[in-house]
Each structure stands twice: as C-alpha cells, then as structure tokens.
Design a protein around this ligand. Structure first.
Ligand code: CA
Length: 243
C-alpha cells in the first residue's frame, strides 16, 4: 500500500528511499476545524472595510499570511498595495471577529494520529501561516505535550509565506531534516504547492469544500478525505515510508 505514490516521489527527486522521522503539520483545516470561522471572519472584516470578499474566497487564499491576502484584495480593488496601517487594521478586525466566533474544535482524527506518532517516535512539527496567538495557545490545550516552540513555524518566522516553499524549508531546518525524512500534511492548494515545491512528500487531507482534483493538481502525492482516514492508514503509511 502506498508504494506506488512513494516510488513516484522518490524517482522525481532522485532519492533512494524514505526514512521517516518527522511529520510537518499545517494547522487550520488539518489540526483544527477552523476554516469555516476563518472564512466568516475574513468576509465580515473585508465587507466592513468596503471590499468584496465572498466567504468562498477565503479557501482560495488559505495558507497565505494575512497581509498577503489583504494585499491581493487592495491590488484587485484599488490597484495598489495595502499600506502597513491597512494591513494591521484589517487583520486586527479579522482576528477580533475570529476570536469572538464559537470555539474552534480539533479536527476529528488529529489527536488519534498525533498519539500514533508519539508511539512511533515520529516528531511533529507545526508549519502554519497563522499569526493567531490564541489558536497557537489552543494547540497546547487540545494537544498537550505535543508541539514544542522550537519546532513551530508561524507567520512570525517567514518573509514570504505559503505558497512559497519558504515555510516548509524553515520547518526542515528547524527539524534538522533531510527531505526524505519528513512528510507534510496539508489541506489547502497553496499549502500543498508550498510543501511540494519545498521537496517534501505531501499528503493532502481534503477537509474543505474543494474538489480532490484541485489538491492533487497542486502537487499532493497522496490524498485522504479526512484526518481520521489518514490516522486509520497511518501504520501502513509509516511502514511504507520507513523502509
Ligand atoms: Ca490549512
């Protein structure tokens, strides 16, 4: 199981084998069922500022830093970059709304998978475009003793953010990894693009409204339809990636 996908990846990169030591996790839509709240918060904040931003657009920008998303919207509607003040103001409104919405729940299956990693001594690394301090604190609440600060990449660490490979390359450096020693779990097209272009074996979990094909076309090596499905196949996947 999964040998075909693994061998395709190995051939593409000229690696002899996988030696899985770490899993790099995206956060929103992977560890937390938070994308509905994000799209709602972006929609309200942008509308308040006079911009057109349907909820569905949030899924297209998922993984970008907040300032990156804001800049795309001002470029589109005002033909100019966003000022630093605008970026701060809009992102603050968006964050306040996000924090006021009902509590974000962990993604079903995420805890199951993280527990399996712990048993197998595979290291979890966080790679998120989020600058949501509350959500990062929530990590420790819902997944205690799992993610350590030295192995987290957030919006504060990056210059470009996803879809640039930068965040995953920083994760690779923080984890002291070779590419064939880690895999990435992502739910969004831009995140998959970032991970795949960084050179990692990229597992898509389609937890949102997009078609599978969009995630595959973004560069995913393998796709599951939920974190639970991935957790259920973890043993087979780990064996395949540690040969
Ligand atoms: Ca995500």
């Amino acid at each position: 199981m999964f040998e075909k996908e693994r061998d395709k990846y190995l051939n593409r990169h000229g690696f002899e084998g996988m030696h899985l030591k770490a899993v790099l996790f995206d956060m929103d839509g992977v560890l937390f069922d938070s994308m509905k709240n994000h799209s709602e918060a972006w929609h309200i904040a942008m509308t308040k500022m006079g911009f057109h931003f349907p909820k569905s657009e949030a899924y297209m920008h998922e993984g970008r830093t907040g300032s990156g998303t804001i800049n795309i919207v001002t470029q589109r509607e005002l033909n100019r970059d966003a000022t630093e003040e605008e970026k701060e103001q809009i992102y603050k409104i968006k964050s306040d709304i996000f924090n006021s919405l009902h509590d974000v729940e962990p993604m079903p299956g995420a805890m199951d998978l993280l527990n399996k990693l712990k048993t197998d001594h595979v290291t979890p690394i966080l790679v998120t475009g989020s600058a949501q301090k509350t959500l990062i604190n929530r990590l420790n609440l819902h997944f205690p003793n799992t993610f350590v600060p030295e192995l987290m990449v957030t919006a504060y660490d990056v210059k470009y953010g996803k879809p640039n490979p930068e965040p995953y390359l920083i994760g690779k450096r923080k984890g002291n990894l070779e590419l064939y020693e880690g895999i990435v779990i992502e739910n969004a097209p831009l995140g998959i693009e970032s991970a795949s272009n960084a050179g990692f074996f990229t597992v898509a979990v389609n937890t949102g409204p997009l078609e599978d094909r969009i995630l595959i076309d973004s560069g995913a090596d393998l796709l599951f339809h939920s974190m639970q499905e991935l957790a259920d196949h973890w043993e087979a996947l780990r064996k395949c990636l540690q040969q």
